[in-house]
Design a protein around this ligand. Structure first.
Ligand code: PLP
Length: 430
């Protein structure tokens, strides 16, 4: 099928990018478990290596199963192209790689996945890059943080772990004025709840490990390009606008236009960094995406019910779910995230750190794991696990203080989940 804008999300999540296998007619996308692809002849091989013809060479760069997933996610996000890679963290490095150079910085939200805070505040320094963290609700602070060496602004749409909701349009305006791209990590919202490109984002990154796969089976990542950014408008992005020595002086933006970032991601990023997604992982993620909207509807319905129940309970101090009228983000959800506020939030247990640890130990249906976006309900005490490497100030800024637990509400029966929380809260606060 052609992926026209006339098709709805539920149709595209099943069909976009896929077609019956040309060799066998197989209706489901085959797992192309192969490392290499036979060239028709020497001229064909040369054309592929020169990027004069698009095709399959070697699975570090491209693979037919992975290619279907790339087209699927790009279509659902409303982008022109996508590059899949081995994890969400790989996607973040792959997104920054063409933009940054030694001495360059990224302005990032303080409210990010704990691993991203560590990656940005520590590890990227090894490349000579740096990050400046700001509260992205304070637009003056964001503007003030952008300097002549800033190459991107980075935020999460629905921010892990607190479930905070970002005003993407406002941040996109700041990025536009500065001539730099806005990168949005859309892992927790998924394109079902939010399509950041429609709100002005240039690039969207995903940990496909989470809701897109949906059942906790494989890690993966994806970078989607809007195709809308003019990489040649200023001299900040030479990797995309200037001659590339490794391809005989080819200029990616001039040659590939709106697909420049995607081609660079494959031809340079995957070729040389090698953070490739394998076809098995792509297969699991394609299976998951087929039911994304159905799962998200149930995730949200359950989260809404459970958050309201927790908020009304005396043993709970507060709940951060942006789908509750008590949340400062409630109005933003109603206007920008019309289908709901996701299924990820934190709540504070009376009794602080000790009560949180007891609660996690006492739960029976909820699994105590460092993951989110699974069909199963999950819980974690962020301060002692995912956000452990952060200072107390960073933990508070991220919404992961010692007295709160984070839940990722699954698609089980909401009444069973509430009963489980009820018995565990009794033990935790006895
Ligand atoms: C999990 C996660 C990541 C990292 O993804 P991995 O697949 O674990 O590498 C990045 N951002 C968010 C919001 C996440 O939830």
């Amino acid at each position: 099928m052609s992926d026209g804008p006339t098709y709805g999300f539920d149709t595209l999540q099943i069909h976009a990018g896929a077609r019956p296998d040309p060799a066998t007619g197989a209706r489901q996308t085959p797992i192309y478990q192969t490392t290499a692809y036979v060239f028709r002849d020497a001229d064909h091989a040369a054309a592929l290596f020169n990027l004069q013809e698009v095709g399959f060479i070697y699975s570090r760069l491209t693979n037919p199963t992975v290619a279907v997933l790339q087209e699927r996610v790009a279509t659902l996000e409303g982008g022109v192209g996508a590059v899949c890679c081995s994890s969400g963290h790989a996607a973040q490095i792959m997104a920054l790689f063409p933009l940054m150079g030694p001495g360059c910085n990224v302005v990032a939200s303080t409210r990010l996945y704990g691993g991203t805070v560590t990656q940005f505040s520590q590890t990227i320094k090894r490349f000579g890059w740096s990050a400046t963290f700001v509260d992205t609700d304070d637009l003056d602070a964001v503007k003030a943080a952008v300097d002549e060496n800033t190459r991107a602004i980075f935020c999460e749409s629905i921010a892990n772990p607190g479930g905070y909701v970002t005003d993407i349009r406002a941040l996109a305006d700041v990025a536009d004025a500065a001539g730099i791209p806005l990168i949005v990590d859309n892992t927790s919202a998924t394109p079902y709840l939010c399509r950041p490109i429609e709100h002005g984002a240039t690039l969207v990154v995903h940990s496909t490990t989470k809701y897109l796969t949906g059942n906790g089976t494989v890690t993966g990542g994806c970078i989607v390009d809007s195709g809308k950014f003019d990489w040649s408008a200023n001299d900040k992005f030479p990797s995309l606008s200037e001659p590339e020595q490794a391809y005989h002086g080819l200029k990616f933006h001039e040659t590939f236009g709106p697909l420049a970032f995607t081609f660079h991601g494959i031809a340079i990023g995957l070729r040389d960094l090698g953070m490739t997604m394998n076809p098995q992982a792509a297969h699991y993620t394609l299976m998951g995406i087929e039911t994304l909207s159905l799962r998200m509807e149930r995730h949200i319905e359950n989260a809404q019910k459970i958050a309201a129940w927790l908020e009304a309970d005396d043993r709970v101090e507060y709940v951060t779910y942006a789908g509750l009228p008590s949340s400062p983000y409630y109005d933003r959800v109603k206007s920008q995230y019309k289908k709901g506020a996701g299924a990820l939030f934190t709540f504070a247990v009376k009794g602080g750190y000790d009560a949180c640890v007891k609660l996690v130990n006492a739960l029976e249906i909820f699994s105590h794991v460092a993951n989110l976006g699974d069909t199963r309900s999950l819980i974690i005490h962020s301060a002692s696990t995912t956000h452990r490497q952060l200072s107390p100030e960073q933990q508070e800024a991220a919404g992961a203080g010692p007295g709160v637990v984070r839940v990722s509400i699954g698609i089980e029966d909401a009444d069973d989940l509430i009963a489980d929380l009820d018995q565990a809260l009794a033990k935790a606060t006895a």
